[in-house]
Design a binder for this molecule. Structure first.
Ligand code: FE
Length: 332
């Protein structure tokens, strides 16, 4: 009898110790990006990081699991996926001066429910054969590009965020006119991914395309794709006015996080200087923390100014952007 009780007590105390030393992450970001960081965090703190990787369905899963969800930390790409989690009440606020001070105000939530970890520009890629060009997003509707533009679906989150930023800048009516002009300029129906458009420029199917900044680096480091990237220049749009449209990868704490303290420690670690350098470098993105340098490779693409409008303001126009994309029959 006595032995049994001791056994049970030992089991309980081990379990408690383990619970303290863990943090559970649901991630839309790929393993190769985040695993080296989590390893470093575990080495420094002794806290084990358990990760579930997924491509979609995070919000649904969290809702299904409800209060019993093991999730502590949610890692996503793109502002719209973070706002989706926030709007559905799946995030909790994280009050941390370290985080708040490390990150520019435009890349964190007003209510501390999410913040960015890295940023990426929505660039305009142009055929090298055109020489240097100075281009704004507004120019995508200029008839001089008729039949010369390639893009992925207008409804991909990266393009929806760009259209939302156009609404924030110009209002809905002008943005619709812009989308209709842009649509008329397309060389082919929207299709494929960002890299596929650069491939199409290489194949001379079009002259310019929209694509995120890090894909330029990824293509240059890919045996098969480096000739695609070699056929284009990477342009930072709107440099003489509001700046280039920037999106983020970001993070939030799950509403019912069972290991909230460890989750906060992991979040603070991810905005620390060494983690920011590592994270941005692995995916060829821009560090969100002020004062952390971009990798040498990315720096070669040149400095740029970014649109300073808060992402939360831009995200408010996501639904309106989807309506306008339908009205313009952009993907049809
Ligand atoms: Fe991407």
């Amino acid at each position: 009898m006595y032995k049994k009780i001791v056994g049970a007590l030992i089991f309980v105390s081990c379990f408690a110790a383990n619970a303290k030393q863990e943090v559970n992450v649901y991630s839309y970001r790929q393993a190769f990006l985040v695993e080296p960081l989590f390893e470093k965090f575990t080495n420094e703190t002794g806290v084990k990081v358990n990760v579930v990787f997924a491509k979609k369905g995070m919000a649904e899963r969290l809702k299904r699991e409800g209060k019993h969800s093991p999730a502590d930390v949610l890692l996503t790409t793109d502002i719209s996926r973070l706002i989706e989690l926030k709007d559905q009440g799946l995030l909790q606020t994280v009050d941390s001066e370290r985080i708040e001070q490390a990150i520019p105000a435009q890349y964190q939530a007003d209510d501390n429910t999410w913040f960015a970890l890295t940023t990426r520009v929505r660039n305009i890629y142009s055929a090298k054969r055109l020489g240097e060009i100075d281009v704004n997003y507004e120019d995508l509707a200029d008839p001089k590009w008729k039949g010369k533009i390639c893009t992925r679906s207008g409804k991909h989150p990266y393009n929806v965020a760009l259209v939302a930023s156009m609404i924030a800048e110009h209002g809905e009516a002008k943005t619709l006119t812009w989308l209709e002009g842009f649509k008329r300029n397309l060389a082919r129906k929207p299709q494929g991914n960002d890299r596929g458009q650069v491939q199409a420029i290489h194949q001379q199917l079009c002259d310019i395309s929209l694509g995120n900044s890090y894909y330029f680096g990824k293509m240059l480091q890919n045996e098969k794709q480096k000739m695609w990237a070699g056929a284009v220049n990477i342009n930072f749009p709107n440099q003489k006015n509001r700046g280039a449209h920037v999106n983020i990868s970001g993070i939030g704490m799950a509403k019912f996080a069972p290991n909230a303290n460890n989750a906060k420690a992991l979040m603070e670690f991810l905005v620390s200087e060494p983690a920011q350098e590592m994270y941005a470098e692995t995916n060829m993105e821009y560090p969100v923390r002020k004062g952390v340098k971009v990798s040498k490779f990315v720096a070669e693409w040149g400095a740029f100014s970014a649109d300073s409008l808060p992402l939360e303001t831009i995200a408010k126009y996501r639904k309106a952007a989807l309506v306008l994309l339908d009205k313009a029959k952009f993907d049809l």
